[in-house]
Write a new protein. Structure first.
Length: 393
């Protein structure tokens, strides 16, 4: 049965909401008239004492990067910036994290809205690593020579060092929640197709390894969905794990059987992506067919229906856009004001080089045509670009 993935009410996205978990995240507005500050010498600035309603009106007139700068002034401005996130905040548009060309190329953000590299310098430590995942403003960085994994916040500068992973090199890292949240879980997907799980609050730094993907050719993608870790295997099988990290046991169920023709790939290049959006589990299949000197792209979006334990094809995504990548895949609202086309699937990886060098592919589910967005200045094709959803929360 074919159905449309219709518009849904935003689940707190962009609304006035306290960020999940973590100390210091409660939004407490400082008093605009602070007696202690009035007693300070005349050389002290009174900017932190601006009334919140005035600061909110200023924030609404600033560009996203300027809003980030506002948060760095003081704690009261930071609280106000957190409380002033509204539904049309342009930060909802993904940025593409890529490495600039050259042997010493640094990491940089490409904006679909501006069609250019953003003037946002990343710390040297970040540029020396390889991005393997993201959630909100947190990046999961792998430092291959050190065999180390760090979680770093783009805006606050916070970082969390993870215990040495039994799975290395790392292909992808997914987090159930930001690392400031209580009970967060990390899943690491190795390039060999093995998955390892860690819950610092429970396991005390001990990983649990899942190698059940070996009979299926190894796992190729993972996503958290409804408290379970879902893993997509090379042959198309989807397995769901409910893991008790304290007892170090996992219950597994099969959500999808392997593809009937998964071995027939010698004339085509196929990629599959597993992602969660608003409580739903999506499987996106992207197929390259190369005929002589031309390349054709086809994309299919499927949604899992747990009540019937079956997958159905999604024919359209009104008001939504899908962003695919080997490291991170997301679904976002697609307001025209930020340069995102609704009912489209965006993809950026080295495979795009088959079509147009240094470009982002944009596949329309409506007319089944693919357009391209050039990346000004190009990027290094040795490193996978990563879709990042920035957050000022």
């Amino acid at each position: 049965m074919c159905r449309s993935l219709g518009r849904k009410q935003e689940n707190g996205r962009g609304g006035r909401k306290t960020p999940a978990g973590g100390g210091g995240c409660e939004c407490v507005m400082a008093s605009p008239y602070n007696p202690r500050r009035r007693q300070l010498g005349g050389g002290q600035s009174a900017w932190p004492d601006l009334p919140p309603e005035l600061l909110e009106s200023i924030l609404r007139r600033l560009a996203p990067l300027d809003r980030v700068a506002v948060r760095l002034v003081c704690s009261s401005w930071r609280s106000c910036a957190r409380a002033s996130i509204w539904a049309d905040l342009p930060f909802g548009a993904p940025r593409l994290l890529l490495r600039r060309p050259g042997s010493c190329g640094s990491l940089a953000f490409f904006s679909l809205h501006r069609r250019e590299i953003l003037p946002f310098a990343l710390p040297d430590r970040l540029s020396s690593g390889r991005c393997c995942g993201q959630i909100g403003g947190w990046l999961a960085m792998a430092f291959d020579e050190e065999r180390a994994i760090e979680l770093r916040n783009l805006f606050s500068g916070q970082f969390v060092s993870m215990p040495l992973s039994p799975v290395f090199p790392v292909a992808k890292i997914v987090l159930s929640a930001p690392p400031t949240s209580l009970g967060w879980v990390a899943a690491v997907l190795g390039r060999a197709g093995t998955v390892a799980l860690l819950q610092p609050d429970v396991s005390g730094g001990a990983w649990i390894t899942i190698a059940a993907g070996v009979p299926h050719g190894g796992f190729r993608d993972v996503a958290f969905w409804r408290g379970r870790l879902c893993a997509l295997a090379d042959d198309g099988t989807v397995l769901a794990y409910r893991v008790d990290l304290r007892a170090r046991v996992a219950a597994v169920s099969q959500l999808r059987e392997k593809d009937a023709n998964h071995l027939n790939r010698w004339l085509e290049r196929r990629a599959r992506y597993l992602l969660e959006y608003d409580g739903e589990l999506l499987l996106v299949k992207k197929l390259y067919s190369v005929v002589r000197d031309s390349a054709d792209v086809q994309v299919e979006v499927c949604r899992f229906r747990p009540e019937e334990c079956k997958w159905e094809t999604v024919t359209e995504l009104p008001g939504r856009a899908v962003f695919l990548g080997l490291v991170a895949s997301v679904v976002v609202a697609a307001p025209a004001t930020v340069g995102i086309r609704e009912n489209c699937v965006y993809f950026a990886r080295r495979d795009v080089e088959l079509m147009v060098p240094h470009a982002i592919g944009v596949y329309s589910l409506g007319d089944r045509e693919t357009a391209v967005v050039a990346i000004a200045g190009g990027h290094s094709v040795e490193v996978e670009p990563v879709w990042i959803l920035p957050s000022v929360a």
